[in-house]
Design a protein around this ligand. Structure first.
Ligand SMILES: Nc1ncnc2c1ncn2[C@@H]1O[C@H](COP(=O)(O)OP(=O)(O)OP(=O)(O)O)[C@@H](O)[C@H]1O
Length: 240
């Protein structure tokens, strides 16, 4: 039996005349941390949005399967029920709700009240800044704090697959370090992760495998450690 959690076959996405994704294949296996890297406009976010079905009205072809079932036509709430969670670019926290309420919302598919409370405390221990601000509106948080909250909220549903879109974007180096520490930790807990990241070095250092996208196509894939030492990746994406 295959241990695919996510399987993308022949994905094509066109925004009108713009071919953003040109027939890519990608797999994420159980327990893996896979990263998708590439320059601005390569098609990474479009690929994630195709998985979650949150693309604007545009032409999509190909098959995306999650746990062996096609995802087409599923609503966001159905994905969370199936334990597929995403932290979008820009975080997407509920700005007019408190931090505490945001975390509760992340657990809306669960009914184990004590477990939910225990998880909130767990994330407060990981991110003490959120605990200090538990009753504060999420919209008043800094970008880094919102990123922590968005990750903690996504993890409140105990996802099987976590999709992360540019978690390091706009964050201070210390915050980037903290977020990557949490990503690695979550991965070692057995949660399968697909990480889209512009910081290719950090992403490949954290990941098991990587894919490089360029102009809508996957131009390279392999073991993350090997990719880190590949002269082509070093020259094009690692600034070396
Ligand atoms: N809603 C849209 N309408 C039209 N074109 C779009 C839309 N969203 C993205 N594109 C185009 O699709 C291509 C891929 O964009 P996408 O955001 O997927 O790339 P990316 O690799 O995630 O880049 P970035 O790191 O800058 O977010 C780009 O040429 C972009 O301009």
């Amino acid at each position: 039996m295959s241990d695919n959690i996510l399987k993308i076959q022949g994905l094509k996405v066109a925004y009108g005349g713009i071919k953003a994704v040109k027939g890519i294949d990608l797999e994420v296996n159980k327990g893996e941390l896979v990263t998708l890297i590439g320059a601005n406009g390569a098609g990474k976010t479009t690929t994630l949005k195709a998985i979650t079905g949150t693309l604007p009205d545009c032409n999509v072809e190909g098959v995306i399967s999650y746990m062996g079932q096609p995802l087409k036509g599923k609503h966001s709430f159905q994905l969370v029920e199936q334990k597929l969670a995403m932290v979008p670019e820009g975080r997407g926290v509920f700005t007019r709700m408190t931090i505490y309420e945001n975390l509760q919302m992340g657990a809306y598919t669960r009914d184990d009240k004590a477990g939910i409370e225990a998880d909130i405390e767990k994330w407060f221990a990981t991110f003490p800044r959120l605990k200090e601000r538990a009753g504060q509106l999420a919209g008043t948080l800094s970008g880094g704090e919102q990123q922590m909250l968005a990750m903690a909220r996504a993890l409140m549903c105990h996802p099987t697959l976590l999709l992360l879109d540019e978690p390091s974007m706009g964050l201070s180096p210390i915050m980037v370090e903290k977020i990557f520490e949490v990503i690695r930790d979550v991965s070692t807990q057995g949660i399968t992760i697909l990480l889209v990241e512009q910081n290719a070095k950090l992403a490949l250092q954290a990941a098991d495998r990587g894919y490089v996208m360029d102009s809508g196509a996957v131009i390279m894939t392999g073991n993350a450690e090997d990719m880190l030492h590949d002269p082509r990746v070093q020259a094009a994406y690692l600034g070396e």
